[in-house]
Design a protein around this ligand. Structure first.
Ligand code: PLP
Length: 421
């Protein structure tokens, strides 16, 4: 299967004339369409809400689009909560799914009346002292063991630092009920980038069973089951992005099997998809600025791992298209690299691509989630701009590129870097 960029070579050149490369480009139409598809897939559940995982794409302009599509947000820090607040989210439109939480983080989340997703039983007193216990709270579950669906092992919850054991969830619910909490949500994130369509229904079945047990044994009210994120996308041309409609239908089947007979038909479902919603609708656009012929053929870009860490960090595959050479034969083998003084700064290793000429624009696919946001400033490399392509073909900058001044901003209390500030 051929993987095509969401933007034509012609449009890319037009954008690059106004905004010099490198930049992340996002496709508004694609983001909206996927948000709508997620909402439609779960429309059978009246209270369903997608809480977009802000860490995937923490830009207020993107968050606003998602808000217009009826989404909420999932945050894990004060700045993420601030972004959510600035984009207009409030109260139960915000999930706060933190871990190793600091006192001021709970206090700020409570001040926005966000839904707290409690990571541990030992946080009960800590939350009570920092912001206070709410009337409704979500509890994060970790079933332990391995998550195996059919023959496939999807993850190792036992090795994961998040969430509580089953006994702790029940105990936490008892304690919290006695301290005035009126309704409970349940949450679990058991896999990452799961392209297996069974992941979400499996996670639903684990959480629905626990919800039924809590309701039966403790008599507590369950207001929400949050299936969290982890639904994957096809990064490689031969990989398929799962169909969210089919996933929604399977979750509905599990819902009628477990929650209806348990007397919990009113439970609202939630998701916290990040990658699935924005991942395919962003790309990193860079220019080939050097070619090098040593033991391998290298193409050097003006972007580097600062703009996209996933290949360096996890050896992740990101497809590359050379703009204007979409149909040219891939008869050259290149390592496509960035400029960090780290040899893992390679966007592609031994990748068959068309012949690349200096000045060619390269589209690195699927960077709309966990792309810009994971970036850092190693080697004094500055992070680049973010551009939003609108449905009518116009485009706007939604974050400017960093300048040395931004990089030095944390020296503003002293004189050392004054000449550059
Ligand atoms: C990272 C994360 C998500 C989003 O994960 P994706 O893989 O982007 O879907 C959702 N919820 C929580 C609590 C997370 O940590």
């Amino acid at each position: 299967m051929q993987k095509k960029p969401f933007v034509s070579a012609e449009k890319l050149r037009e954008i690059a004339c106004v905004h010099p490369t490198p930049f992340h480009l996002y496709d508004e139409a694609g983001i909206r369409a996927t948000a709508r598809a997620v909402n439609a897939a779960f429309a059978w559940n009246s209270g369903f809400r997608e809480y977009f995982a802000v860490k995937a794409c923490p830009n207020p302009f993107i968050l606003k689009l998602l808000r217009e599509e009826g989404c909420g947000v999932d945050c894990a820090s004060i700045p993420e909560l601030m972004l959510a607040h600035a984009a207009g989210f409030a109260g139960d439109e915000i999930m706060f799914s933190s871990n190793e939480t600091r006192p001021e983080e709970y206090a700020y989340a409570r001040s926005l009346d966000a839904i707290i997703n409690l990571d541990d039983i030992t946080h009960i007193d800590f939350l009570a002292e920092n912001g206070g216990l709410p009337e409704k709270i979500c509890l994060r579950y970790n079933p332990g063991g391995d998550l195996t669906i059919g023959e496939t092992c999807m993850g190792h919850p036992e090795e994961s630092k998040y969430g509580m054991t089953r006994d702790q969830i029940l105990e936490a619910a008892r304690i919290l009920s006695s301290r005035g909490v009126k309704a409970f949500g349940l949450h679990a994130l058991l896999a990452s980038n799961a392209t297996e369509a069974h992941y979400y229904p499996e996670n639903a079945s684990v959480l629905f069973s626990l919800a039924a047990q809590m309701h039966r044994e403790l008599g507590v009210d369950i207001f929400m089951v949050n299936l969290s994120g982890g639904v994957g996308i096809g990064y490689r041309p031969e990989e398929e992005t799962p169909d969210i409609r089919a996933i929604g239908a399977e979750v509905q089947r599990v819902f009628s099997e477990i929650l209806l007979p348990a007397g919990l038909p009113h439970v609202h479902l939630a998701s916290e998809l990040g990658r699935y919603v924005t991942g395919p609708h962003g790309c990193l656009v860079a220019t080939a600025i050097h070619e090098k012929h040593i033991y391998r053929e290298y193409i050097g870009l003006d972007a580097c791992a600062v703009d996209l860490m996933r290949p360096a960090l996890y050896g992740a595959y990101h497809h590359i298209t050379v703009a204007g050479k979409e149909d040219a034969p891939c008869d050259h083998i290149y390592d496509v690299v960035g400029s960090l003084c780290e040899n893992n700064d390679k966007f592609a290793i031994q990748r068959p691509l068309p012949k690349i000429d200096m000045g060619d624009l390269l589209v690195i696919h699927d960077t709309g989630a966990h792309g810009y946001s994971m970036g850092y400033n190693y080697n004094g490399k500055l992070k680049h701009a973010e551009i939003l392509l609108h449905p009518d073909g116009s485009f706007s900058m939604i974050r400017r590129a960093e300048t040395p001044k931004d990089y030095f901003a944390t020296f503003d209390f002293c004189d050392v870097m004054k000449e550059f500030m």
